[in-house]
Write a protein that binds this ligand. Structure first.
Ligand SMILES: NC(=O)c1ccc[n+]([C@@H]2O[C@H](COP(=O)([O-])OP(=O)(O)OC[C@H]3O[C@@H](n4cnc5c(N)ncnc54)[C@H](OP(=O)(O)O)[C@@H]3O)[C@@H](O)[C@H]2O)c1
Length: 330
């Protein structure tokens, strides 16, 4: 089968498509004939050896797939050959087939196509778990979503609005800020300002009221994280999702001033330690999709053969939305 192979960690354009034997599902695993593969920011980090998980080489990168189960290992219950599924694997998705533990597989309703499902998996599940489980969302909470035009951010905007939040989205671009508004945010703030430490608080208070916000979802880190701490209301929660702008340090006194809680967020650990949360996330995300309350922005699709073009487009694109690879299966 065709599969992208990372022989040694390196820039995304140093990796090639190769031919390898299809994997065999082990106990508790299924084999998936992949139709569509979602591209995510962590894929590019893993290819370069910059992600916290560093697989033995050679390996196949990629985490989000949608397709049809074509084999089952021992001790599999609840899934059978022919089932349409979306799955989030640790790696191995940029290929024509992959194996997935059943805890990482979700049945697809008939009317959800493979490209949509592959474009949703990691970003919508991450946003849901960050908001609902780690952020302790309560209906009507005010939520500040940083990096709101990104994959995780835009999904978070949609999910929070669908659950009745007052949403403030942060973007560094006026054009992308408009898209954040179109996706349901009540207000957008500018993250490109010079004096972010003071200015972020002023913008958030102007948008959400001077008590501040109940939850901050932060996929950015850096100076923006420190500034965002100052926007929280009493007993607010800030959820660390990612560090695109750098890994920040924080003075502990910030947490005392308003009884603020700093919460870590790692989606992958939930498959092992909190599968019930993963199940609840998938059920709610697919329900909201069916109700038309959320919808991923699919920016483009590329054949798996053209993964290099897709990844360079992913790096270059300034337009919010997901890029998806397809394997040619109809
Ligand atoms: N914790 C987890 O389990 C988990 C799971 C999935 C992803 N993540 C992490 O979440 C983060 C976001 O992923 P994503 O897929 O949403 O990424 P993305 O689609 O690339 O979007 C990130 C957004 O951040 C903004 N941005 C980009 N570079 C920036 C910089 N240097 N400083 C400030 N803002 C910047 C951009 O928005 P504007 O241009 O509009 O400002 C961009 O739209 C990544 O670090 C990823 O690794 C974590």
């Amino acid at each position: 089968m065709r599969a992208v192979l990372v022989e040694e960690f390196g820039p995304v354009d140093s990796h090639k498509l190769g031919e390898i034997d299809p994997p065999t599902p082990g106990a508790g695993e299924v084999l998936i004939d992949i139709h569509a593969i979602g591209i995510n920011f962590p894929d590019t980090l893993m290819m370069q050896g910059l992600y916290q998980t560093k697989p033995e080489r050679p390996f196949t990168p990629g985490r989000d797939v949608a397709g049809v189960i074509s084999g089952v290992g021992d001790d599999v219950t609840g899934f059978k050959v022919g089932d349409r599924v979306m799955a989030i694997v640790p790696w191995g998705a940029y290929a024509e087939t992959c194996v997935a533990q059943t805890v990482r597989c979700f049945h697809l309703p008939d009317d959800v196509d493979y490209v949509t499902a592959a474009g949703m998996a990691t970003v919508y599940m991450t946003s849901w778990v960050a908001l609902m489980e780690r952020g302790g969302y309560q209906p009507g909470d005010k939520v500040l979503i940083l990096g709101a035009s990104g994959g995780v951010g835009l999904a978070a905007v949609q999910i929070a609005k669908a659950h009745g939040a007052f949403v403030v989205g942060g973007s560094s671009s006026e054009e992308r800020g408009k898209i954040v508004l179109e996706n349901g945010a009540d207000a957008v703030i500018d993250l490109s300002v010079d004096d972010i430490n003071e200015n972020l608080r002023q913008q958030v208070f102007a948008a959400a009221g001077k008590e501040g916000v109940d939850i901050v979802l932060d996929p950015l880190g850096g100076d923006i994280f420190t500034a965002a701490l100052r926007t929280l209301a009493f007993a607010g929660r800030i959820v660390c999702i990612g560090f695109i702008a750098g890994i920040p340090t924080a003075r502990a006194n910030y947490f005392n001033v308003k009884n603020v809680t700093l919460v870590g967020m790692a989606l992958d650990l939930h498959f092992r330690f909190k599968p019930s949360v993963i199940k609840a996330a998938a059920e709610d995300v697919l329900k909201l999709l069916a109700e038309g309350k959320i919808a991923p922005r699919i920016e483009g699709t590329y054949d798996l053969n053209d993964f290099q073009t897709a990844l360079s487009q992913f790096k270059a694109t300034k337009s919010p939305g997901k890029l998806v690879l397809t394997t040619g299966r109809s």
